[in-house]
Write a protein that binds this ligand. Sequence first.
Ligand SMILES: Cc1cc2nc3c(=O)[nH]c(=O)nc-3n(C[C@H](O)[C@H](O)[C@H](O)COP(=O)(O)O)c2cc1C
Length: 302
Amino acid sequence: MVDLHVKINDLELRNPVLTASGTFGYGLEFADFVPLDGLGGVIVKGTTLRAREGNDYPRMAETASGMLNCVGLQNKGVDYFRTQIYPRIKDIDTHMIVNVSGNSPEDYAECAARIDELDRIPAIELNISCPNVHQGGMAFGVTPEGASSVVRAVRARYHKTLIVKLSPNVTDIADIARACEAEGADSVSLINTLMGMAIDIERRRPVLSIATGGLSGPAVKPVALRMVYQVARAVKIPVIGLGGICTAEDAVEFLMAGATAIEIGTANFLDPAVTIKVRDGLGAWLEAHGCSSVSEIIGCLE
Ligand SMILES: Cc1cc2nc3c(=O)[nH]c(=O)nc-3n(C[C@H](O)[C@H](O)[C@H](O)COP(=O)(O)O)c2cc1C
């Protein structure tokens, strides 16, 4: 048997396969297709301090080898999560990780502090691709200063494993990763979606209600892989890779580029059992290649 265990800070994962936020609900929705205790962890829907309606429809569009979305972080807020969702997911036998978003560093920190109190949530993932309301709506994650401001505020009030999810819509992602590491992030995950657009030429209008949206799926994989490769060389903390992963071979590429774990997003919409298939395929691939442990291929590029 191949040893698939990996560690993200103090968090021991039984295998490197995690779900990407916003594509796997709270895990429960997929329980008929996937034995949740077979995954390394489940990263749940984006959660904010207060409830959010999300953007108007249409919010999704299919593209060549991918999709665009502008869901806009629709959720019922952190207190609803604590009282209504947490009791239903807390006994799932895997790491349940909450993805946290906000409009200001204070928002993020308050939301994180309320999740810190929940015993069975061992980690959060900060989505820093959110607009900063105090600074003209520019996303926090696009400058080292913006990223630092969020991580610093959260680190002061959150005491468990802190993963920071990086935006790919930047000039130098390694700079942003270093800024997050310097403020005490335990890990970085990348990539979030790439800004994109689709146009309905008959109506002469954008397809999505707010014109632009985030591109995900196989179309983004080469970009994501390049960024994971760059970030893994820039920081000492573990890197979690994602963007277009659909198969075990895709996962192997990210691990070889330096990722300690991977997340699967858009592929869940095509095949709800893809996560467990990638886990099994990864084990089989390692065995066929004479590896006794997944750690043998992490960052193994010549
Ligand atoms: C419908 C949808 C909703 C998403 N919601 C979130 C979210 O709430 N928070 C977040 O950090 N990322 C969110 N993402 C981004 C994904 O977690 C992931 O970073 C991105 O889709 C790239 O991975 P993939 O190509 O495997 O989907 C969302 C993506 C999609 C497609």
